[in-house]
Write a protein that binds this ligand. Sequence first.
Ligand SMILES: Cc1cc2nc3c(=O)[nH]c(=O)nc-3n(C[C@H](O)[C@H](O)[C@H](O)COP(=O)(O)OP(=O)(O)OC[C@H]3O[C@@H](n4cnc5c(N)ncnc54)[C@H](O)[C@@H]3O)c2cc1C
Length: 475
Amino acid sequence: MGEHRDDGQTRAGRHAFPGDRSMTAPAQVDVCIIGAGLAGLRAAGRLSEGGRSICVLEARDRVGGRTMGGELCGEPVDLGGQWVGPTQHRVLALCAELGLELYPQYAEGLRLLDIGGRLRRYRGTVPRMSLLAALDAGRAVRGLNRAAATIDPAAPWLAAGAADLDRMTLDQWLRRTLFTRDGRRVLDIMTRAIFTCEAHEISLLAALTTIAGAGSLEVQAEVQGDGAQKLKIRGGAFQLAARLADRLPPGALVLQAPVHAVEPSETGVTVRHAGGEIRAGRVIVALAPALAARIDFGAALPPLRQQLHSRMPMGSVIKALVAYERPFWRARGWSGEVVSDRGPFGPVMDATPPGSPHGFLVGFFDGGHSRALSGAPMDLRRAAAVKALQRYFGPEAATPIGYVDKDWIAEPWSLGGYAGFTAPGTLTTCGPALRLPCGRIHWSGTETATRWIGYLDGALEAGERAAAEVMASPA
Ligand SMILES: Cc1cc2nc3c(=O)[nH]c(=O)nc-3n(C[C@H](O)[C@H](O)[C@H](O)COP(=O)(O)OP(=O)(O)OC[C@H]3O[C@@H](n4cnc5c(N)ncnc54)[C@H](O)[C@@H]3O)c2cc1C
């Protein structure tokens, strides 16, 4: 089986969403929703159920945004958001409602830790490092959890000492707290894997807010227990968006309709898109702030909201799947899970589809590693991934039968992933503008969530909250 290229037009995506939607937007609706990711589609569904006429305008030729289907060796795969955790109640409920089955992430056997140029195998959650480094890393994780517990993720700017926490990067705090090199390396790996940025790029307050929204750093990092990587959706998480879109009334979703301007007036809002314009009573902008920045709101936005658009960069990530004839790591008693400080490919996990004769691994180029390879030919990334996998798993990893990846940084309608984050000084100044409606303009997208910020679950929360806001507002 040769290499499979993906350009956003995957077969799996097409099957999931046949593209038989009307391409003509209605002239007038109660609510126009910009963006057909999970947040926008959730908001649209709720408003439609509530009796509002709606139109969703989506820039791409597919729904799902940061979730996306691909194909590898004839199997559907997720090139974007994928895992679901046991405390992500919204996405769990949606799966149940849509009849989508969940199954556990394969996690049997030894895990691999590649730090400081040494490969170590371990079982359970604690990597086999020197006792001192393990204690050091554990102390830092507990410190972050303790600080996060003092923060209300819905209003982190009100936390005690918020200004001090927001003045500092996560890196500054880690440097101050950790005293072993390996402990520091472990926390750097966790930062890249969870926030898809380097520790020196994100404000400490922003990192703590995300941790608070998830419950703890371990819950964000783990496959086991209540870990956010515990479960997967059979057939792929990209089905969620396709199924939500299928439930919308005919003509309510217009693809290939990037919005370039939003003009509110006393009586409504005019939304200008590639195919024309729509008049709406209200508009929901279901995008990350960095994407909202590409829309011209004229003078409609207060300064702090405008600033937020230029002060929330997207994380940096490329997701890749590598197929092998057999899941040879399982036969050796390895789970397939690897974390590495050297990278550039990692974390890695088993991604073998249930019932497949082949073995799949999924991994990430994240943070600085992804920026070094974004925009490069896919062959180069494939070679980098395979080289790293050989280092982790030995010579059997040298001969994959398939490879597919998605460079999210290069996606003009995402600009990166998993999510937007804030650098120091942003949350305590512009943060209160994150969800605050600007007249007839309402804000959604996973970045506006208060639980599971940056995750699928957060996107659903954000959609539901924006829809409720609109329902409670005058027409
Ligand atoms: C590689 C990767 C892996 C991830 N893994 C996980 C995971 O395992 N578990 C998890 O919970 N989360 C994961 N996430 C995060 C999760 O996918 C996102 O939080 C979620 O999908 C965001 O949904 P959203 O609706 O808020 O935004 P989006 O999905 O970004 O939706 C916004 C939509 O707006 C459209 N758009 C943009 N600009 C315009 C415009 N001007 N006009 C019209 N439309 C526009 C976009 O095309 C897009 O469809 C991952 C993300 C990535 C990238």
